[in-house]
Each structure stands twice: as structure tokens, then as C-alpha cells.
Design a protein around this ligand. Structure first.
Ligand SMILES: [Zn+2]
Length: 395
């Protein structure tokens, strides 16, 4: 069964050429993009959908999210907005609530958030553990995460549980906890930061994780300059995430590596902190991704469009650069070539915008612009698209 999507006013492909096509059409077959081009050259297909000159972009790739948790921290946010600084200690609040929650409760929360993301156009999401911090609770977090995505990340080294010796906990995270979690995880991540894990502790967890067959990611340089980014590059991590406080050497290291700098402006927004300098990274030649960091403490947004708007307004990115970072950049941060781009052979993950141009993502911040979401070739969201399909098939 093939589907011709016609009447695309503007098509942002995020492919290698970074091309924007006008008056475009595309064909989906067997869940993949089978053809892309000018609508005058469109081939025939079994089904037809006319988008009435709307813009189409790749499905968002949210390469950094913490969705396995219980509890709510709006009180902490409220306190912070009244002037209390963020020190990362609030993670322990969520750890307590998560440990007490049933599997079903955690699963429901994860389902709610991934559905919320999909409705807004996110068709690939990475999900981390990190609110269990015991062998059993980390493993069950990853088992639940795996029900929702293939991109699961072991983050046992998220914070040192209170009353635990940091070196003893590091040995647990690099040993028995890793052994229990590795079967359910594709990636390993460490929060390398003052007050969390230092460079040596982070390296111990990362090298053990690589030996266990996991790909690597690092929470790096969020709150202060530190060893995180250099460590990420040294161990060949797919991504160094946050990158808010960088030295010139950090920027150079990223630019000369295959490690993606994943920027998470929702965290700076929610902690009222200075944003990372995306312009500096892009000008140096570093690969940049944007992601939500969706979590109950420091960035409780699931909206990639909101992150794009922040990146454009606050971080020196152009609308095209920000959208590229939120799609193909995120795919690169997960070392995926089948998502994040509209190209022949890629998975048919698309967002149809209720707008004539992708620029509206930043130009109309906070406005729901999702007309329809296509995931793996199926229209998964939007009643508007269904009525338009019905109308078209009657033509
Ligand atoms: Zn994070």
C-alpha cells in the first residue's frame, strides 16, 4: 500500500543538503519514504492525501528525556521562581517517589508523556533510567522504558543516593547495577558534575559500560565548567549533553570529534540560568542537537517546538539550524540514519504543520501548530488529517 502526500507548500527535509523544497509531494510505501520531489512530477499511488500547502518537517528526534519517574515537583519550581537557586539536590525527591511507585504507576506516567510527545510531533525518543538508584529499581526502570522505545539509557550514575559513599556507589554503578541493567539498555550515561560524579568516577562507569556493549552519552558541563565534555570526547560518546559552560578547549574538542553537543534549553528556562551558546558551537564546526531533557525537576516540557523557539530567541540559532538540530541532529546524537530526515529510504516520520513554513515553530511560540503526525507511515495523530484524507479520496 502506497500513500501519496501532495500539496506540501514547503518541505524541510533536514537531509545532507539541508534542502527546503516548495510545492512538493512525497510517497510513503511500507512505512518508509519511497519518493520525494516537485508535485508536478508526482507518481501515482494507492492512496492520496492533499495538505493544502501546509509545511512538512521530519518527526522530531528527542534524544534526551527522563520519563520513568513518579511524583511532581511543581512546588520546587515555584520556590525556585521565588529566588531559591537550583543545586540538583531535588533529584532525590523524585528517587523516593519512584522507588515507592508500582510498575503500573511508572508505566502509566511513561505512556502519558510519550503520547504527549507524539501528539506534538516527536516520533523518536530516548528514555533514561536514573530515579531508581538501586540495582532493582534501575533495572525495572529500563524494563519499563524499553516498552516505549529502543533508545534506552542506563543512568544509574545520575546522583549519589543520600547516605552512600560516592566511591562505593560508583563501584556499584560500574559493576552489579550495570550487569543488571545492560540487557535492557542501548546506552549508558553519567551525570558528570560537581556534586554528582567527578571525572574519574564518570570514566569508571563509562568504560565499564562500553565493555558491557553499551553506547555512551554524558551529562556534561551543565552547571559549571568541568571534565564532562572532554571525557565524552575521550571515550567516543555519541553525545555530550547540556554543554552550557564550555571553555575554548571544550568547543574545539567537540568540533574535532564525532560527539554531538546536545543542548537542552528547557533546563536553563526552568532553572532561570544562562543558555548555552549554540552560535559558538556551530561556528566552530561542532554538530549540535536540541532535546527537551523532559524530567520532573529541571525541565518539565515535552515540546520540541518550545526548545526550537528558545534556541532561536536565546541561543543564536537560525530557525533552520534549530529545526535541523531537533531532527537530524537528534538522530546523529543517537547514531541513527533512518530517522530525523525526509529522504528516500528513511522511516516515514513526518509532522504536518498548520503553517505555511517551518519558521512558524519559532515565530509563533507556544502555539499548537501540529496538524498531523505520521509515524512509520501511519497517520497517528490528528482528526484534521483524516477528514482531509476522506475529502481527497472522494475527488
Ligand atoms: Zn538530563
Amino acid at each position: 500500500m502506497s500513500l501519496l502526500i501532495d500539496g506540501i507548500g514547503e518541505l524541510f527535509t533536514a537531509d545532507d543538503e539541508g534542502t527546503v523544497h516548495y510545492d512538493a509531494a512525497l510517497v510513503i510505501e511500507d512505512g518508509k519514504i519511497a519518493w520525494v520531489g516537485h508535485r508536478l512530477n508526482r507518481p501515482a499511488a494507492d492512496e492520496y492525501l492533499d495538505l493544502d500547502n501546509r509545511a512538512v518537517i521530519p518527526g522530531f528526534v528527542d534524544s534526551h528525556a527522563h520519563l520513568v519517574f513518579a511524583g511532581d515537583r511543581s512546588g520546587e519550581f515555584d520556590a525556585r521562581m521565588r529566588g531559591e537557586p537550583y543545586d540538583g539536590g531535588g533529584i532525590r525527591t523524585t528517587v523516593t517517589a519512584t522507588r515507592q511507585a508500582s510498575d503500573e504507576r511508572l508505566r502509566e506516567n511513561c505512556a502519558r508523556l510519550t503520547a504527549e510527545m507524539l501528539r506534538q510531533g516527536t516520533t523518536t525518543v530516548e528514555i533514561k533510567s536514573g530515579y531508581g538508584l538501586t540495582v532493582e529499581d534501575e533495572a525495572r526502570s529500563l524494563r519499563i522504558a524499553r516498552e516505549f522505545t529502543a533508545e534506552t539509557t542506563y543512568l544509574g550514575a545520575h546522583t549519589v543516593p543520600s547516605g552512600t559513599d560516592p566511591d562505593e556507589y560508583t563501584a556499584l554503578a560500574a559493576g552489579p547495577m550495570l550487569d543488571a541493567c545492560a540487557p535492557h539498555a542501548k546506552w549508558a550515561d553519567v551525570f558528570c558534575e560537581r556534586g554528582a560524579f567527578d571525572g574519574d568516577q564518570a570514566r569508571a562507569v563509562l568504560t565499564a559500560s562500553a565493555k558491557a556493549g553499551l553506547g555512551l552519552r554524558v551529562h556534561a558541563n551543565q552547571l559549571t565548567e568541568g571534565p564532562g565534555v572532554k571525557l565524552a570526547v575521550e571515550v567516543g560518546a555519541a553525545s555530550a549533553d547540556h554543554c552550557t559552560h564550555l571553555t575554548g578547549a571544550d568547543v574545539d574538542a567537540l568540533a574535532n570529534s564525532s560527539t554531538v553537543a546536545t543542548l537542552l534549553p528547557g533546563a536553563e528556562f526552568s532553572t532561570r540560568s544562562p543558555y548555552p551558546d549554540a552560535r559558538r558551537l556551530l561556528d566552530a564546526g561542532a554538530r549540535v542537537a536540541l532535546a527537551t531533557d523532559c524530567n520532573p525537576g529541571s525541565s518539565y516540557t515535552s515540546s520540541m517546538a518550545f526548545c526550537i523557539a528558545l534556541a532561536v530567541r536565546e541561543m543564536g540559532m537560525t530557525p533552520a539550524e534549530a529545526l535541523e538540530a531537533a531532527t537530524a541532529g537528534g538522530a546523529d546524537a543517537l547514531r541513527r540514519t533512518d530517522v530525523g530526515r525526509i529522504a528516500v529510504g528513511a522511516r516515514a516520520d513526518l509532522v504536518v504543520l498548520d503553517a505555511p513554513s517551518f519558521v512558524h515553530l519559532a515565530y509563533r511560540p507556544g502555539t499548537p501548530l501540529t496538524h498531523a503526525v505520521v509515524h512509520g507511515g501511519s497517520v497517528v495523530s490528528s482528526s484534521a488529517a483524516k477528514s482531509s484524507a476522506a475529502k481527497s479520496s472522494a475527488e
